[in-house]
Design a protein around this ligand. Structure first.
Ligand code: FES
Length: 578
């Protein structure tokens, strides 16, 4: 009883440093909170829960957040906390150019600093659209203030006539059919009306859904939160429950440093592989690991990839969508089938271990979440390749590739930039055939900048018309989690940093062997040395501002593309309050 009392002593709250002392500065803090209508009971007796809200009118996936934030607040109030909403940078994948990835680290920095500099005892992280998830997690880990993540939730399934549509994946598919002359304009515009028919994130296993599953497995959400479709009443209830739990996190001082560990990150990799998740998760998980000072290597993904089966049969690698995954039992049901591969002792924001959380979770549809003896694929959905073209590695989502192309050798057709690719790819005179290997460079963290999702290079129109639907494509770009095809991505070091991709010439033979995890440029060392000597680095494009900072400090894809100065555990320095 006495322990319970002291654990809930408001004097122990972090916010008490701002509001409790009888001094001039605290007088100022209290009087200005009173200016807003709060009283002593609000600011002296309760945990203050910040709600970091990534909503904006231009974030297409977070349009339900104005209602959800009220529901989170309701939960905080029910549990005896004071909710305070703090808007943070809104990274909407669809409309921000050149790519939200350029700004992931900026949101991470903002999230870390707004948590640290304000009188908050815990935080609810409201995100969902691709980069908001890793950014908020990275910021919370570095701030190390108790935090809980609320995923935006996927959209309802898309619909066109009697066809079920999946975000992104079906855009590429039907665009290719339109280019091939198989789909009329009217039908294409009908698809435009039906593919995103509710609030929420992409409902394929794209980056948003992948990262939500990663966050849940890592222990940063309440169980089941990752897959609840955004418009469902259950999503509202999850928002309320998340708000309630945030208050308890503050009293318990359950910080991310007790939850996000090398073991919980390994659990997240297992989940990522078992859902056939987005390749973007690899970059984000390496960056998240960097925030706890763990140098997560690409080899670790590959090692696990050989052990973890793909169980979730979700597009773009499979057949179903996130709504089906949710109905089948979501992440808890998936993880229950992988228990022997998990560190079940890991702590979660619920206050229970991951093992306690998933034990007994039932799978309600074996087609959507397959059993271990009937997997979608016996090994993980993503392979890591090395070779003279990618000395630091590159990745290939094998589960979304044409199996016929997983061992392939062909001549390169090189594009120096995306602008050149757009200008030339449909040129009827382009010398290209189905065996060619399309190569795009200047698309990495430095080159683009921000490593945009250009890695699913379009198939040339003349080949589409011949019925070609997949080719080997290689770049230092990323690829949308909703994309598919034999796309070798994240080639590191990137071309703009002088990686071997910069030296490839049209006509060079490139060999891919996914089984051997090998990517090889068939050019002699002497010839490569000659080309290297002649190579000139690109001129810096930015002389000021955030882009300048980014170019100076971003790391390569195999290092997570975080800023080098953000790597490592934060020493937990609290602001002086004078
Ligand atoms: Fe936001 Fe896909 S565009 S999740």
């Amino acid at each position: 009883m006495s322990h319970e009392k002291s654990a809930r002593d408001p004097q122990r709250l972090r916010s008490a440093r701002w509001f409790a002392p009888d001094d001039l500065r605290s007088f100022g803090h209290r009087s200005r909170m009173k200016q807003m209508g709060y009283d002593d009971h609000d600011i002296r007796d309760k945990p203050i829960v910040a709600i970091l809200n990534t909503w904006s009118d231009l974030n297409t996936c977070h349009s339900h957040f104005p209602q959800r934030v009220e529901e989170v607040k309701r939960g905080v109030l029910q549990a005896g906390g004071l909710p305070v909403e703090i808007p943070v940078m809104s990274l909407g994948e669809m409309l921000m150019k050149p790519t939200t990835m350029l700004y992931r680290n900026l949101l991470a920095m903002e999230a870390e600093e707004v948590m640290r500099c304000h009188p908050v005892d815990a935080a609810v992280l409201m995100g969902g659209c691709d980069k908001t998830v890793p950014a908020l997690l990275m910021g919370a880990i570095s701030a190390d203030i108790p935090a809980i993540f609320l995923p935006a939730g996927p959209m309802l399934k898309g619909r066109w006539r009697n066809v079920t549509l999946g975000s992104g994946s079906d855009v590429w598919k039907y665009w290719a059919e339109r280019c091939a002359g198989n789909l009329c304009d009217d039908a294409f515009f009908e698809i435009e009306d039906g593919i995103a028919r509710s609030a929420g994130t992409c409902m394929t296993m794209g980056t948003a859904s992948t990262m939500a599953c990663v966050a849940e497995t890592m222990g940063m959400t309440l169980p089941g939160a990752a897959s609840i479709p955004a418009p469902m009443a259950a999503h509202s209830r999850m928002a309320v429950a998340t708000g309630r739990r945030a208050v308890e996190l503050a009293w318990e001082e359950l910080r991310p440093s007790r939850i996000v560990t090398p073991q919980s990150i390994e659990n997240a990799i297992v989940a990522d592989l078992a859902i056939g998740g987005s390749t973007n998760a690899i970059v984000h998980l390496i960056a998240i690991a960097g925030r706890i000072g763990w140098e997560l290597k690409l080899e670790q993904f590959d090692r696990l990839s050989r052990q973890v089966p793909v169980l979730a049969d979700i597009r773009p690698g499979g057949r179903f969508l996130m709504e089906d995954f949710h109905d089948a039992g979501g992440v808890p049901a998936l993880l229950a089938r992988l228990e022997d591969l998990l560190h079940t002792e890991c702590m979660t924001v619920s206050g229970r271990s991951l093992g306690e959380q998933i034990r007994g979770s039932e799978c309600l549809n074996d087609e959507v979440i397959r059993s271990r003896d009937n997997p979608v694929s016996r090994t993980g959905g993503t392979s890591v390749l090395f070779g003279n073209l990618a000395p630091e590695g590159c990745v290939l989502k094998t589960v979304a590739a044409d199996p016929r192309l997983l061992r392939h050798r062909g001549p390169a057709v090189v594009f120096d930039s995306y602008a050149e690719l757009k200008a030339r790819i449909d040129d009827p005179h382009l010398e290209v055939n189905a065996d060619s290997v399309l190569v795009l460079r200047s698309a990495g963290p430095l080159g683009a900048p921000g490593m945009p999702e250009w890695g699913m290079l379009p198939i040339p129109k003349k080949l589409l018309q011949q019925g070609v639907r997949d080719m080997v494509r290689i770049s230092d770009a990323r690829m949308s989690g909703t994309s598919y095809g034999t796309c070798v991505l994240h080639v590191s070091p990137e071309s703009a940093a002088g990686g071997p991709l910069a030296l490839v010439q049209t006509g060079d033979e490139i060999e891919l062997d996914a089984d051997l995890r090998r990517i090889h440029l068939h050019v002699t060392e002497e010839e490569l040395a000659r080309r290297r000597a002649a190579w000139k680095p690109p001129q810096p494009r930015w002389t000021r501002g955030y882009n300048w900072l980014y170019a100076r400090h971003v790391t390569q894809a195999h290092q997570g593309c975080d800023f080098d100065f953000l790597h490592g555990r934060s020493p937990g320095v609290e602001p002086d309050i004078f």
